[in-house]
Design a protein around this ligand. Structure first.
Ligand SMILES: C[S@@+](CC[C@H](N)C(=O)[O-])C[C@H]1O[C@@H](n2cnc3c(N)ncnc32)[C@H](O)[C@@H]1O
Length: 307
């Protein structure tokens, strides 16, 4: 199968960090399987003695990657669900400890190019739900949310300086016409910010809506917390983030937990050992062949309960 779905970012680096060579029987959970690019390579290295669990919130991703695995005759367990419920998802298959947790945040190329609302380049419904069973769509925010809520979303999740002007514009425009599509929304933005709105500005506005609709930052904080009880001694967590809000959460979480101490056999250890002093970023060559990788930052840490 030709992989147009998504090109995995920092593939070799993910493999290097997620597999602790001193552990024998791996149980690795890829919380964001997408097109299965990272998962397939992990599976090749840890099967048959190990186990791979693939999670995604998006039904299409589960369907596609499951099919891809079947064609490659590689076995894995697939679970559709939100990684913020990782403990509960794993309990369903009677797993309460793992040796590795991978989070490759954001969207796949398939989602950006085919699913509704994510791209400001295509005229589609202003939807932006990763999980299509969820009720709230991005257009509901634009049509129904109050001033304070919209200001908060654009300020906190888009880091937009003109968040007040943007909110006032939306509130004024929606009185005469409901917003249903991405282009309806962009029409409104053009009224206030001119016909030549910068792509960077549009990207920030769309990012803010997407983060809110999918509770992206809360989901990330929850799975990071859960990783501390799910990982075994020496187990590793690897996170690839694509914007500064996510990266800051991961960086601070690793830092805080690397300062906590655990006691074992009269010795004191750090709870998390940070494996990447600085975030790992794609090489120029990777960025040249896959432009979507350009904002990626990888951070990895290892849980130390006892040496
Ligand atoms: C960048 S893609 C992953 C690509 C994948 N690593 C690959 O190699 O093809 C991110 C994936 O995470 C999924 N996702 C985003 N938020 C999620 C969440 N809270 N729970 C589970 N999956 C999520 C998206 O649906 C998407 O498929």
């Amino acid at each position: 199968m030709v992989n147009n779905y998504h090109i995995p970012v920092l593939l070799n680096e993910v493999i290097e960090y997620i597999i602790n060579p001193s552990i024998e029987n791996h149980i690795i959970v890829d919380c964001t399987v997408g097109g299965g690019g990272h998962s397939l390579e992990i599976a090749k290295r840890i099967l048959p003695s190990g186990k791979l669990i693939c999670v995604d919130r998006d039904e299409n991703a589960i369907y596609y990657s499951q099919k891809r695995f079947k064609e490659c005759l590689i076995k894995a367990e697939f679970l559709k669900g939100n990684f913020s419920n990782l403990k509960e998802l794993l309990l369903k298959i009677k797993i309460n400890h793992v040796t590795g947790i991978l989070l490759d945040l954001g969207l796949s190329s398939y989602q950006l190019e085919n699913e509704d609302g994510f791209s400001f380049m295509r005229d589609t419904e202003l939807d932006m739900r990763v999980d299509k069973t969820q009720k709230l769509k991005a257009r509901d925010l634009i049509n129904k949310f109050g001033k304070k809520e919209l200001e908060f979303i654009f300020k906190e999740y888009g880091e937009i300086k003109n968040y007040k002007k943007l909110t006032n514009l939306i509130i004024k425009s929606r009185k005469s016409k409901n917003v249903n599509t991405t282009f309806d929304f962009i029409e409104i933005l053009k009224k206030g910010f001119g016909n030549n709105i910068k792509e960077n500005f549009l990207a920030k506005v769309f990012q803010a809506l997407r983060i809110y609709v999918n509770s992206e930052l809360d989901n990330l904080k929850k799975v990071l917390r859960d990783s501390l009880t799910l990982l075994i001694n020496g187990g590793r967590i690897v996170v690839i983030s694509y914007h500064s809000l996510e990266d800051r959460i991961v960086k601070n979480f690793f830092k805080e937990n690397s300062m906590k101490k655990v006691f074992c056999d009269g010795m004191q250890y750090k709870l998390l050992k940070i494996l990447t002093k600085k975030p790992i970023v794609p090489s120029l060559n990777e960025i040249r062949t896959n432009r979507k990788s350009r904002s990626a930052k990888l951070r990895a840490a290892e849980l130390i309960i006892c040496k």
